[in-house]
Structures are given as C-alpha cells and as structure tokens.
Design a protein around this ligand. Structure first.
Ligand SMILES: C[S@@+](CC[C@H](N)C(=O)[O-])C[C@H]1O[C@@H](n2cnc3c(N)ncnc32)[C@H](O)[C@@H]1O
Length: 517
C-alpha cells in the first residue's frame, strides 16, 4: 500500500498488515472530508502535491497513539527524583542550568510531571535556569499540552499532595497552575526527520532526555536514526529514559545501562572508545536429559549435573538430538519472529575459527569445545560470540570463575547482551548473592522480553527462598515463553535440558508451590 510506505517515509511509523484496515479507514474518511474524492485520488494528490503539509498534520493526529498520564511508570520518576536529578544538579552547580527534553510528549503529562518533580527536589529552583521542552508530531496533542487541562483519569498516578499543590479543580477537570506551565515549552516536531534547518539536534544540548513509548511505533531503521540523534544531543554523562518495554539493544552502545529503583534507564558514556556495534546470540545443541531438579538444588548445580551426564553419554555414543526436527541453525541465527533477537542478525558474525568450537558444542563435547576455544587467536577470543561461548561452556563445565570473567569481558564491550546477564545471574547465584543474581536475570529479561531462561531461574530462586507468589509468577512466564523459545537459544542456555524437560520442570514446580498446571 503506497500510503503505508509514505507514512513510514514521513513519520517513521510502522503499521503491520493487520493494521491495513485501520489505514484504509483513515484514507477513506480523509478522502470524504477532502471533497468526496476517491481514496486512490486522495493518496495520489497527497503524495504528489507540495501543498499537502496541512493534510499531513491532520493525518499525524489520526495515525499516532497519544496514550499517556502523569507520573506514568512511577519507578522511572523515583529514579529521576532520587538519583538522576540530584546527580545532574550536582554537576550543574556552577552554571545552574539544566536542559531536559521530553520527546514524544503527547498531551504534556510527562514533561509536566518532570517539572513538578524538579519543583519538589530543588526548593530554590527559581535561582536556576531550567528548561523542559516537550515535542510531539501531533498538533492536537501539542494544543492540549499547551492548555494544561486534564481529567481525573490523567491524574490517576499523581500523588495526592502533588495534585493539591499543582492543580486547580475546575468542575470535574484539573487545571495546571501557571507556575508549572511556565516551566515547560512545547513544539510540534517530527522526530523522524533530521531537520537540518534548525539547531534542535545540536550536540550536547540536553542533560536528560525522556523518549518513552515512542520508538515502539517506529520501524527499526527510524528507531536507529532517532537513537543516533539522541546519542548526539544528550551531554556526555547525561541520562536517557525509555519506556519500560523499550531498550537500546541492537540500537546503540553509547549509553551505559543503569538499573535502580526497579527500573532501567541509560547514562551517556563519556568515552565511546569501548563501543562495539556487535551483538550476541549464539547456538548449540544439547540433548534432553530426563532429570529431576529438586527444589533444594541450585539451578547452577542442576546444570552442572546435566552437563556431566551429557559428557558421559557423549563418550559412549554420539548423542542423538532430541529436537532433531529443529536442526540447530548456525551460530548467530535465531527465530526472526522474535523481533528483539532478530535485531542481532544483521550481519553474519561467526568467523571460520569459531565454527569448530561451535561444532563441538553442537555435539555436546563441551570440554573439547573449551579446548578448541582456548586455542583460538587472541583476536577471535575477544569477539563477543567467542566470549559468550566461553561463558556458557565454562558454566556448563562448572568453571564459575572462568564463566564470570568471560561475562565481565563481554559486558565491557556489549553491555546490552541479554545472554551474558543471564549467565552472570547463574554465577551470582552460585556465589550466594541471590539479590544480584535476581538483578542480572531482570536485566536479561528487560533486554530481551522473549528470553525464557531468566524467568525460570528467577522462579526457581523464588521457590527456594519461599516466595510462593513470585515463584508462580516467574515460572508461569517461563512456561509460556519456553513453548516458543528459539530452539538454538534454548539449546545454548538451557543448561543441558531439552525444551520438554524444562516445560515439565516449570509445571512440576508450579504444582509443588501450590499452583495448578
Ligand atoms: C504513547 S505516546 C507516549 C507519551 C509519553 N512519552 C508517555 O510515555 O506517556 C507516543 C507519542 O509519540 C508521538 N510520536 C509518534 N511519532 C512521532 C514522531 N515521528 N515525531 C514526534 N512524535 C511522535 C505520538 O504523537 C504520541 O503522542
């Protein structure tokens, strides 16, 4: 559909095939409103005519999702008020100047929440030069933001004292006080366009950027370009908040991932020298070993036992792959249906040298694979895939220190590697640091929401610590993700267990903790 292609080109917004009817409805209704012309002629005119920019503004209102509310995802605002803002205030103590951008601000709820938080944290804010800029594609959203008038529904997450301090009730609506409105400036702006005529995207303009729940609507190409602009405009050491279901994996390595207040956000690196554009995802084949993991055993110990059995089996016969109907794809390939893992597939990343290691891993000759790996050139050994393989082979072989060293090295060059965070979680559990293990699992899940193993690990740890609700929640998540987990990744991270064994394990653990499966 030509119209869909033009929407991508102009606004970066992606519409899957199931949304085609929605697009057709918009075209029909706009053709009707434009003098009852035919939809085909409407699209023709829209694309051909240089004077169609007003019509595109109308379309922007209809094509965007403007859902938002004050203090959305309270955890982000806690991290902002308790950590990010104090650090920024400290850094700007001399100039007393702070610049904040809310990109994709919708009706203004987000930038106004930022302004209110600043008022709360910085009592002498009047002595500071603070600017909060909200930009959005939709003219209607910007109009509403400028009016500053909201319903109770928009304030559903706003703390009572803030409601009283910063809003005036007018009938059933809430009007923001001018003192907050004055702190925020709004402008209509298309993030998908570079806009070289203005200096909006000038380097190091903003101390903090919020761009939440916006990139999820963009094509991956446009997301990449927008992130490149954000890399540029955020000052070194400055911060970036994304929506809780969004991450920079496969998009940028120029930010450091921060995890606090049960949320994730990013800090612009001061130094880009360690930046790698590579990404992870590895594969191997491991046989199904029927095994009972009792809840007193740590997951690491269970993996160790399964791996030992694999080694024994491999010595006596060449192992049969339980999942022979799903032949192991080459290292670095994965199920393209999983968009987040598909991000890592943009270029083949397996050097010839690594192939032999991979082949030994496929045959479950883990010790051989490790030997082969250690014989590789230093350069190959430092490739992200080699480091991840080393971490996994080491953990399967019970070599905790080596696994942790490999993970640390990998995370130094690719901090957004979900697999490395998961293997690190296993290491931390074994060291007895359950809280850090859980943090590592949560980071892996944040970076790849389709990754089943960290949920399973969290569930097993929760069960062992007596957290029944937590265990049931995580195990249920693991169960549903395992059904569709990419087979190569499952075999790589499944610790020597087949899909069926892992599914059975989830079910029996859920039952044992009082749930029904
Ligand atoms: C779901 S809202 C998110 C609002 C707010 N950031 C939040 O998290 O609550 C997404 C916003 O992104 C805006 N948007 C979409 N594409 C855009 C583009 N190309 N340029 C600027 N804004 C865009 C939409 O108009 C919409 O208001």
């Amino acid at each position: 559909m030509r119209f869909r292609g033009e929407v991508v080109r102009r606004f970066g917004l992606k519409f899957d095939d199931i949304k085609l009817d929605h697009l057709a409805d918009i075209v029909r209704s706009r053709a009707e409103a434009s003098g009852r012309i035919s939809p085909a002629w409407y699209v023709e005119r829209l694309i051909a005519s240089p004077s169609s920019s007003d019509e595109w503004r109308v379309l922007a209102e209809q094509l965007t999702v403007n859902e938002t509310y004050f203090f959305r995802n309270a955890d982000s605002f806690r991290a902002f008020s308790e950590l990010v803002l104090p650090e920024t205030i400290g850094k700007r103590a001399e100039t007393r100047r702070i610049r904040i951008l809310s990109a994709g601000c919708a009706s203004g709820d987000e930038p106004y929440s930022i302004a209110m938080t600043i008022r709360e944290v910085l009592p002498d804010f009047e002595a500071w030069d603070i600017s909060v800029v909200g930009v959005d594609l939709s003219p209607a959203a910007i109009r509403k933001a400028t009016e500053g008038r909201y319903t109770a529904w928009s304030l559903r997450s706003t703390p009572e004292p803030m409601q009283r301090r910063y809003f005036r009730t007018e009938g059933r609506e809430f009007q923001l006080l001018p003192e907050i409105q004055r702190m925020v400036r709004f402008e209509e702006r298309n993030l998908a366009h570079e806009d070289t005529r203005s200096d909006f995207w000038r380097a190091a303009t903003f101390d903090i950027v919020w761009c939440r729940n916006v990139m999820m609507y963009f094509t991956s190409d446009v997301s990449r370009k927008v992130v490149q602009r954000l890399e540029k405009v955020v000052v070194p050491g400055g911060f970036l908040f994304l929506g809780h279901a969004e991450n920079l994996r496969g998009l940028s390595q120029r930010f450091h991932l921060c995890h606090s207040h049960e949320t994730f956000y990013y800090q612009r690196r001061n130094d880009d020298s360690s930046v790698s554009t590579e990404e992870e995802e590895v594969t191997c084949v491991v046989d199904s070993i029927p095994s009972v993991v009792d809840s007193s055993t740590s997951w690491f110990e269970a993996i160790e036992r399964a791996s030992a059995r694999i080694a024994a089996l491999t010595q006596s016969s060449s192992a049969q792959h339980l999942e022979s109907s799903e032949p192991a794809p080459p290292l670095g390939t994965t199920n393209p249906a999983h968009s987040s893992t598909a991000k890592s597939l943009e270029k083949p990343r397996i050097s010839g040298e690594l192939e032999s290691v991979l082949e030994a891993t496929r045959q479950e000759r883990f010790a051989d694979a490790l030997l082969l790996l250690s014989a590789l050139s230093r350069e190959t050994l430092m490739e992200p895939e080699a480091l991840l393989l080393r971490a996994i082979l080491s953990i399967n072989g019970g070599e905790l220190c080596a696994a942790e060293v490999a993970c640390t090295e990998l995370l130094a060059i690719d901090e957004l590697n979900a697999g490395a965070h998961y293997v690190m979680a296993l290491c931390k559990e074994h060291e007895g640091d359950l809280s850090e293990a859980a943090n590592c699992d949560r980071t892996a899940i944040y970076l790849d929401s389709t990754f089943a193993m960290p949920h399973l690990h969290l569930g097993l740890m929760a069960r062992r610590s007596g957290d029944v609700a937590g265990a049931q929640h995580e195990l249920a998540q693991a169960l549903s993700l395992l059904e569709h987990e990419d087979s190569s990744r499952l075999l790589m991270f499944g610790g020597g267990f087949s899909r069926q064994t892992l599914l059975n394990l989830c079910r029996s653990e859920i039952r044992a903790s009082g749930g029904r499966r």
